[in-house]
Design a protein around this ligand. Sequence first.
Ligand SMILES: Nc1ncnc2c1ncn2[C@@H]1O[C@H](COP(=O)(O)OP(=O)(O)O)[C@@H](O)[C@H]1O
Ligand SMILES: [Mg+2]
Length: 309
Amino acid sequence: MLEIKNLVKSYGRYLAVNNLSLEIPEGEIYGFVGPNGAGKTTTMKIICGLLAATSGEVRLDGVDVTRNSNKIKESIGYMPDFFGVYDDLKVTEYLEFYASIYKIKDKEKKKITNDLLELVDLTQKRDAYVDSLSRGMKQRLCLARALIHNPKLLVLDEPASGLDPRARIEMKEILRNLREMGKTILISSHILSELAELCTHIGIIDSGRMVVSGSVSEIMQKVYSHRVLRIKVSARVDEAELILKENPLISKLSRMEDALQAGFEGSEEDMSRLLAALVGKGIPVVTFSQLDGNLEDVFMRVTKGEEKQ
Ligand SMILES: Nc1ncnc2c1ncn2[C@@H]1O[C@H](COP(=O)(O)OP(=O)(O)O)[C@@H](O)[C@H]1O
Ligand SMILES: [Mg+2]
């Protein structure tokens, strides 16, 4: 649905986006992760036609975004990373105001506003002043605004930043609903774990470059050549320990009662060979497992988190 090829954006001599490519199939939630200054906002603004690229291609359903930015805006809902000041607007007035920008008819305006307030769980706040809302509520209102013209692609720039844990969970729930409604979603964050359970795909960007991308499990596999194994035996733990010690792929072996834990620099095939070696020598292996990798570790390993000074 969305296809970005060799995207470059320079601010003067500074390269904010450096030959970035990514693809988002229809109906997916793509997590765009990177430290502050990585180029996430710049990329998102280019996708939405708010900023001109220096070079490269952005296509939405095959249509070039840069050349058809008005048409594209009908298909994209953008939620920026800041929320403006709306001193004397009430929640419904705010949404109806944006509805009129999209030239939605009066009759429809009311219905759309009501439906969207229901969706983002703000019906009870419909007559409250926007500025009186909590941060979480403001973010949800902002999301409702991005949805007002029923776009098929949502581009959400750090929608969970600054939210407390409860508000984050509520936001996640709404995004899941949106996906079920058939929306395609691009969402950014500088915290990988925030996106890991929500997204179907993840792309990690650092200093304007895509460092790694793919499904969550693919990313884990690509970056996680170093695994941690935990092996539990019902007897002969000393012999098991010896076998592990002799294996060149094993490092940092430690023993806890009847379980052994070790670092392992090998593929899944290497893992199965190790298990076969243990069982082949008659070691009664009870469990042989790989400890869950911490996605945050992966993130730290692949990004340097450099910011322009
Ligand atoms: N208008 C601008 N002029 C010059 N540099 C900019 C401008 N906007 C962003 N940058 C720089 O481009 C880099 C990427 O910024 P941005 O896309 O906002 O990153 P992110 O959203 O990942 O934090 C940063 O180093 C930032 O300082
Ligand atoms: Mg940003």
